[in-house]
Design a protein around this ligand. Structure first.
Ligand code: PSU
Ligand code: MN
Length: 303
């Protein structure tokens, strides 16, 4: 009994030859960005991984298999489809068993990457503890996944739509290392600053790779969360985005948006309220994360 994995030949060869590979998620394509910017960004991120010397592997579920490494046609199909399941750990098996089309969140991408033997994964932002979680209990399954699946996830921190202090507390409880890159402060996705000190800091990809390999030597099951600040020129300052975030959350609550719909709803509204600036920032930070992830993947295979 083996998992229904379909590795792209290029990805399969790279893994077999111990060359660097970077996994990429697909929920950002289907639920994180509007068409056609989502397709443009997905392609640009793959190109960035290649330029940085690694092989990109965008992951999604199609026709009963986990596809690891999508062709352009696959990305286009996902981006255009009307109904795509947003897959986390809970939904992955149902989607595969029923042959539905599904995009993978951070949690599901980590599971797939691990099954395929990919150690590093680049994304934009992870899910976390939502504001008002004391009432809604809305805590992303991404956090649990980081605790149990050994993949290093390169993010730009967590979005200001989340309760960042609570997100850090849960990650600490779960034993997930949260590593800021190049600064002491935890970056907050669109903003380089969050006002919160990151639990850990490493500045070189080689150090992050060494810590990843050390976790394996210790037999620790979970991954690492790398928080790479958005490039300064693309940043939206925290004070500026805060008002937009507060308005968006109020709207989501008023409309009774819940469960899986919350994050996509907020992202969409914030895009409108910032007149697309949030999307420009999002693209810039994903590209920067792709570069860093490629450097970490290179250092892991060298180590
Ligand atoms: N945060 C972002 N952009 C995204 C997501 C989160 O800034 O696209 C996506 C990721 O795929 C993440 C998922 O894994 O949303 C988390 O969803 P939820 O909050 O429902 O767990
Ligand atoms: Mn949620």
């Amino acid at each position: 009994m083996t998992a229904p994995l379909a590795l792209h030949p290029e990805v399969q060869e790279a893994i077999a030859a111990h060359r660097p590979v970077v996994a990429l998620e697909s929920t950002i394509i289907t639920h994180g960005m509007p068409y056609p910017e989502n397709v443009r960004t997905a392609r640009a991120v793959e190109a960035e991984v290649r330029r940085a010397g690694a092989i990109p592997a965008t992951i999604a579920v199609m026709d009963g298999r986990i596809r690891v490494g999508l062709e352009e046609a696959g990305i286009e199909r996902l981006a255009r489809a009307e109904h795509v399941m947003k897959l986390s750990r809970a939904d992955l098996a149902v989607c595969l068993a029923t042959g539905a089309l599904g995009s993978t969140t951070v949690a599901a991408t980590m599971i797939a990457a691990r099954l395929a033997g990919i150690e590093v994964f680049a994304t934009g932002g992870i899910g976390g503890v939502h504001r008002g979680a004391d009432q809604s209990f809305d805590i992303s399954a991404d956090l649990q996944e980081l605790a149990q699946t050994r993949v290093t996830v390169v993010s730009a921190g967590a979005k200001a739509i989340l309760d960042l202090p609570k997100t850090l507390e849960v990650l600490e409880t779960l034993g997930v290392p949260v590593i800021a890159v190049g600064q002491d402060e935890l970056p907050a996705f669109w903003s380089r600053r969050s006002g919160l000190r990151a639990p850990l800091r490493l500045d070189a990809p080689e150090e992050i790779a060494a810590a990843h390999l050390m976790r394996a030597r210790l037999g620790l099951p979970g991954g690492q969360l790398v928080a790479n600040p958005i490039p300064a020129e693309a940043e939206i300052p925290l004070e500026e985005i805060e008002a937009v975030v507060a308005r968006s959350i109020a709207t989501a609550e008023a409309q009774g948006v819940a469960a899986k719909a919350v994050t996509p709803f907020l992202l969409d509204l914030i895009f409108d309220l910032t007149e697309g600036r949030s999307l420009t920032a999002n693209t810039a930070l994903v590209l920067a994360n792709a570069r860093l992830a490629a450097a970490i993947a290179k250092a892991i295979v060298a180590g």
